[in-house]
Design a protein around this ligand. Sequence first.
Ligand code: HXC
Length: 528
Amino acid sequence: MSLVDERGTTPGRGLRERARELAALQERVRGGPGERATAAQKARGKLTVRERLDLLFDPGSFMEVEGLRRHRASGFGLEDNRPYTDGVVTGWGLVHGRTVFAYAHDFRIFGGSLGEAHAAKIHKLMDLAEAAGAPIVGLCDGAGARIQEGVTALAGYGGIFQRNVRVSGVIPQISVILGPCAGGAAYSPALTDFTFMVADMARMYVTGPDVVAAVTGESVTHEALGGAKVHAELSGVASFTHDDEESCLEDVRYLLSMLPANNRQTPPATDSADPEHRRVDRLLDLVPPDPRGSYDIREVIEEIVDDGEYLEVHAEWAGNIVCALTRLGGHVTGIVANQPLAMAGVLDIDASEKAARFVQMCDAFNIPLVTLVDVPGFLPGVAQEHGGVIRHGAKLLYAYCNATVPRVQVILRKAYGGAYIVMDSRSIGTDLSLAWPTNEIAVMGAEGAANVIFRRDIAAADDPERVRRERIRQYREDLMGPYHAAERGLVDDVIDPAETRLRLIAALRMLRSKHAALPSRKHGNQPQ
Ligand code: HXC
């Protein structure tokens, strides 16, 4: 009679023997379900779960927990199929030397679907990440609720959502979509801070193409319904997209290097070789003085920040506003900037939502905000009004007004109407407002303003065009001059554009010790 049990351990043997048996068992666990399943994963063009974790973490630093966990479910043949890990690898490791937690679905096991044990592992890891105060990354490649386990699988998702919300704004949460992410499973990424998707591989939808066809009669492919491109450009669900898993996980590491471990810390600072007092004379030529002239705000950002490096969030969605994480003088800073290259840089529904979420994230994780303003106003139109631009625009206002991190506004050129106020103006609490000598701050552009307030004058004139031009000039000189706002204290200083970098670094250094508190309350009632 053999004394070897199903795990390959032999009761009654010495510790050395046991250690050898353990090593063999761990090897089996790490190896996964077998060559056929691995070949199928590769045939789908995907890395295995272990290869992904190797790319995410510093070499040799990953510590797995609950690799030996197995489900206790029965029925549908489950009792004869109890693979180790239960389809999700959980643990922690180092990313650039700092602790990060991760869970990673193993599609080779039950299609990475989530059953009771699988969910319990993720719950435990999320609790551990909260206790340790360190970021958590989910590598998602699973078929959703494990159909054979029924309601316990559904409850497992509920436990994840509840924890996603509990640690929101406490520890950074990152979702990386590397396969299917269907049904309610898609809501966990939506509750996290950032979602990465890999093209031709990642899919996110609440109901897949078959259900869509059955319910609405629409015929649509997986990719067209919930692929990376759709979520990057149309829905705004994806914060970042990549062509392959390697570059995606490299950028996850880069993003983590700019985030604090938790909301009690500030992001790690680095020693920058880029001189703090570097003048940026190119800025004097880059931005056309004519308020209607176009330019790429990304070039302005590149000139100002350390080594021209920044990480743009939602780069392909709502291009009329740019949100980016970067460093100034070695300190992580969030940049929000109007983009004159797209829709002349107007604010609309999507731009407001994008920037509001970014401002909120920066505030939660102690990242100072720099707002670069060149905005003609909010986008007029029936579609915008009926789409709720009022409540969506209010989200951006709400986010800025609530932000207690250091805030610096720089007005590069025009800043008109409500959009001027919303873009972190003095009146909603920016700490410092700087303006270039090209600034034009007004209720609206001079042409529009003159047409309204001098309408009768113009209509009654012998030469209406000459009078119109005269009134436009008059309005511009009297109310929109570069020193008008400074004289009234709504701009703290008018600066030489070439000194923007050094002035920002000095301002953020001064504000590093800022402490601001909001009135005590359960929570605000944010516009939705
Ligand atoms: C258990 C599943 C599974 C599931 C797939 N598998 N989905 N096992 N529960 N939900 C198994 C398959 O039987 C197969 O096992 C293996 O995983 C790989 O699946 P394939 O279909 O062969 O792979 P592929 O062709 O790549 O298609 C992947 C897929 C498809 C698009 C994910 O499998 C699919 O549509 N599955 C159903 C998805 C779904 O409806 N999930 C429930 C969502 S509702 P073998 O043994 O053959 O290899 C939900 C509710 C959450 O999640 C609510 C929270 C509030």
